[in-house]
Ligand binder design. Structure first.
Ligand SMILES: [Ca+2]
Ligand SMILES: [Ca+2]
Ligand SMILES: [Ca+2]
Length: 198
């Protein structure tokens, strides 16, 4: 004899959720719960925003304090850099060595404001970190950046104009109102080091 145990046929489509039978009661509860959930999500987002803003402010404050501490004595601050104006005079290479030994380099002039500041600050002609020693006529800053801002004086750079010999290093001139001139790298001049504030 064959016995067939047949599972009762259940039509799931007909089994609507229980709550649908009590729309008023359950839906209101759901609405309150949803509002509560939304509120928690919203509050968490606000707390997260406040936290990240607090972390950012603390970081900025720490950096500001460090910056104040790390400013070397006798270095002048402007923008996000410190500048050192030498009291003695050296060749361009020696001046650069001096700066590099102090975690700095000869100044890289990034804009007119920086140039104007340097001119008012130096009151004399100084070496800047610009040279065409590696390739004649191709001027490069000591940080490797090409020359975009050009504040050359009249008829400069002239590479010595056939009179003064090779001129491969740049000076910010006092006599020519802060405009630049190329001059022999062996000339003894004062210089400016630039150190980025950390
Ligand atoms: Ca600079
Ligand atoms: Ca040259
Ligand atoms: Ca020149």
């Amino acid at each position: 004899m064959n016995i067939h145990l047949k599972a009762p046929k259940v039509d799931f489509a007909c089994h609507r959720p229980f709550k649908s039978f009590l729309p008023g009661f359950i839906s209101d509860g759901d609405t309150v719960r949803n509002r509560k959930d939304n509120l928690i999500v919203h509050l968490n987002a606000v707390i997260e925003r406040l936290n990240s803003s607090l972390i950012k402010t603390t970081k900025e404050l720490t950096e500001y304090k460090q910056r104040k501490i790390e400013r070397p004595a006798e270095w002048m601050g402007f923008g996000s850099s410190y500048y050192f104006l030498s009291a003695e005079s050296k060749s361009w290479d020696e001046a650069r060595m001096f700066c590099r030994a102090r975690e700095a380099d000869l100044v890289v002039i990034n804009n007119r404001d920086e140039n104007a500041f340097l001119f008012s600050f130096t009151k004399r002609s100084v070496w800047i970190g610009l040279s065409d020693e590696a390739s004649e006529g191709t001027w490069k800053w000591v940080d490797g950046s090409p020359l975009t801002l050009k504040l050359w004086g009249n008829n400069q750079p002239d590479n010595g104009a056939g009179i003064y010999g090779e001129e491969d290093c740049a000076q910010l001139t006092f006599e020519d109102s802060g405009f630049w001139n190329d001059i022999s790298c062996k000339t003894s001049l004062r210089w400016i080091c630039e150190k980025k504030a950390k």
